[in-house]
Design a protein around this ligand. Sequence first.
Ligand code: PLP
Length: 482
Amino acid sequence: MHSLELNPEEVKELTEYTLKHILTFYQTLDHQPINEPKWDDVKLESKKIIEYVPPEKGEEFSEVISKLFNSYIPAAMNFPAPGYMGFIPSTGIYQAALGELIAKVANRHVGHGRPSPFLTQIESNVLRWFANIIGFPKTAQGIFTCGGSIANLTAVITARNSILTEDQSLSTATIYMSDQTHHSISKAALAAGIRSENIKIIESDNGLKISIPLLKAAIEQDKKKRLTPFLIVGNAGTTNAGTVDPLEELSEISLSEKIWFHIDAAYGGFFALTKRGKEALKGIELADSVTMDPLKSLFLPLGVGSLLVRDGTFLHKSFDFNASYAPPLEYGDDSTFDYWDPAHMSLELSRSFRGLSVWLPIKIHGISAFRSALDEKLDLVSDVNTFFASSKEEWDVLYHPELSITVISAKAEDKTLEELNSINMRIIDEVKQLNRIYLSGAYIKGKYTIRICVLNLRTHKKHILQLFEDLSEARKKVLTKY
Ligand SMILES: Cc1ncc(COP(=O)(O)O)c(C=O)c1O
């Protein structure tokens, strides 16, 4: 096999071999299985590839790559497929993957501006674009992360460091969020040293939005107990149902209580590009910080999230450190320099050119292409609404979409809650067995529900029509057994 350092001919050969597989992958995406394999079918096979020590000798490149593309990759839930409407989809457009390849080949250190001035500037520009999309002021700064969870963690740490004073004990610090908030926030709070009993989960109302009276009462009560409220988290698109909290009211409370206001818009944030999305996300611009995941509503591949902070100096105050081997970099006194040093604004130091996978697609298509694609998703969601409005005998819409998630249940009036939960679970399974559409479910307020999340760039009208057909077929099949 080749030596570790490849010569240009070998680079060409390996790349061309891989490209053939990539092309086949794209050409057959529509027909690849959409489901993860049945666990019972695959668990023994997957055990066979367990290895505890690294192989001493290499295998043929062609064999390794073929095994990946022919056996391992197809045996996985098919996120990029057009019929994928489960959880929160991530399309993974190719232009972004190409950006990632270039970033890895160039292998530049994009932790500081001085060593990579153009690359850092490109990342700062993209983050400025994001700030502009949600209406943040010029003081805003941000960072790229590997996803929403780490963006949320960075936000919680920034809030903690910005609001709590040195003489306030971490043991009294309290954080508030609704019961619909993504679990990454609770994980982040624990990682940031917040006591579990001080993570206050506020019940959501019937529309799955945080209850403002309950939130106010909880803050009042905690202050009487000498606790220190320091963070309110609002949702701009919950994972379960895509619902948006009353952001303007949350902002008012955070201002009057002097509490940091973070919005988790990991899923919903980029809908602000569209007129309808902007309306649904009213108040997002009032937050102190916002998580937005390009990997979700900007159709990019897994591995790229972001955090924006309305006043970027708070990020610096939390994460600006130097060391003897990495002394402060001087930029001179030219205030027109505009790039931000990610290493001084985040937990990371050595980092690749992560922002390239976002910049490249936006640069070559323009942001209008993304706006149109998101508008198309919102149009498809209107079709979903119309279908269920005309199928009231068969389906209940439990939560109407504010963005692009519709939550439904089969209608079966003579059934108990338990039976209905099991019917919905089995409908999801039956739809998945048809192998064209992927749906996932969730317990919401005690009911097991069916979620339809339209967010894949590749999902078009014909896939929505397929969804209706498959749901009807699955429902009939399940109900005949009950
Ligand atoms: C609203 C919300 N926040 C945060 C996350 C976590 O993001 P990630 O999976 O990229 O860490 C998710 C994931 O789906 C989410 O839906």
